[in-house]
Design a protein around this ligand. Structure first.
Ligand code: TXA
Ligand code: MG
Length: 334
């Protein structure tokens, strides 16, 4: 039987059985595909790190079937966590809270804080409720590569390193969850995502710190590392006004744009995404993977506006565009 299986009930049952045996199963969520293993099984968690080539001190998010399980995984849960869980779960929000002492530190990369989330995807929820416990699941890609938003991306990245891939079609959001740290004095966004600061503040009735203001050096967030979410091909950001000049200097470049005013097919490999940030985010990783597979020697990315709705997209683009070795650096948006 093929490794990739349409996420029908029988396949979900098989996937839950594999998880019970300590094996790894990739599954769709509304954000990106996750590489799942039994969060309470130390060997399974170690296998996740190994499959991704991820350093073992980078914590894994534990996915739960519902918010009622929060206190099995965390202790001293702040009110803010319950409020946010109530408002946004199932949904693209990961809460960092103090870990329950019964949860092995393998899954948290040695930390006493744990990342928890209830994903909003029928396949993920069916798998979680059949499995009945927490599933540790980082994005199902090799370490520092782009997150997968389709089953085929997981297969490309992990192949035989994962026992089964549940195919639930393209992920509806396409960018990873918002991560909020609730272990400090004030809630703080560690990774921007579909749920923005304003929405969090509206529920909490208190200010939430932005992700740029990270103050706690103890928290290791791999998404916050300099090289991350990057295609193999060097990428750089370029303001709209400079695109024509940059392209005239580089005929071998691939191009990713969003401006409706720019013509299509400016270069041989040109992908134009939506000028709506949500739709753009939905297609971004697929577009980067497509351009990465062509023979282009650089990927030029039109810089989106520095506005709140584009925050999560800009965060991922800045990380993708870290591999810069060319004079174009001068034109890179900061
Ligand atoms: O949307 C998502 O969050 C996807 C889907 C599969 O749920 N998962 C995901 O996992 O993006 P991953 O491991 O690729 O990124 C999760 C980030 C990592 O940067 C990790 O360091 C951080 O969450 N994280 C997880 N647990 C943490 C903890 N206890 N403390 C601080 N950061 C944590
Ligand atoms: Mg990841």
């Amino acid at each position: 039987m093929s490794r990739v299986r349409i996420a029908e009930p029988a396949a979900i049952e098989d996937a839950a059985r594999l998880l019970k045996l300590g094996r790894l199963v990739a599954f769709p969520t509304e954000t990106v595909y996750g590489l799942g293993g039994d969060a309470l099984n130390t060997a399974a968690c170690q296998a996740i790190f190994q499959a991704k080539n991820r350093p073992v001190d980078h914590p894994l998010i534990v996915h739960l079937p519902d918010a009622a399980q929060l206190d099995r995984w965390a202790v001293n849960i702040p009110d803010a966590a319950w409020k946010l869980a109530e408002a946004f779960w199932p949904g693209p929000l990961t809460l960092i809270v103090p870990k329950h002492p019964d949860v092995p530190t393998t899954v948290t990369g040695g930390q006493n804080a744990i990342g928890l989330r209830v994903p909003n995807h029928p396949v993920a929820l069916a798998l979680l409720s059949t499995f009945g416990s927490g599933i540790a699941a980082p994005s199902a890609n090799r370490f520092q590569h782009i997150s997968p938003t389709r089953a085929s991306h997981v297969l490309d990245d992990l192949g035989a390193r994962v026992e089964m891939i549940l195919d639930g079609g393209p992920c509806s959001l396409g960018l990873e969850s918002t991560i909020v740290n609730l272990t400090g004095d004030q809630p703080q966004i560690l990774r921007p995502g579909a749920i923005g600061k304003e929405a969090l503040e509206a529920v909490l009735g208190n200010p939430v710190l932005d992700h740029q203001l990270r103050t706690d050096p103890e928290l290791r967030v791999s998404g916050a590392m300099t090289l991350h979410y990057a295609p193999q091909t060097p990428c750089f950001l370029c303001p709209t006004a400079l695109l024509a000049k940059v392209l005239s200097d580089d005929s071998q470049a691939g191009l990713l744009t969003y401006s409706a005013s720019l013509p299509n097919n400016l270069v041989r490999h040109h992908i134009r995404l939506s000028d709506q940030p949500t739709l753009y985010g939905h297609e971004l990783y697929q577009a980067l993977r497509t351009l990465d597979k062509t023979d282009v020697d650089t990927i030029i990315i039109e810089s989106p506006p520095e506005t709140v709705p584009w925050q999560a997209v800009n965060d991922r683009l800045r990380k993708a565009a870290k591999k810069l070795h060319r004079p174009y650096e001068l034109t890179t948006a900061t």
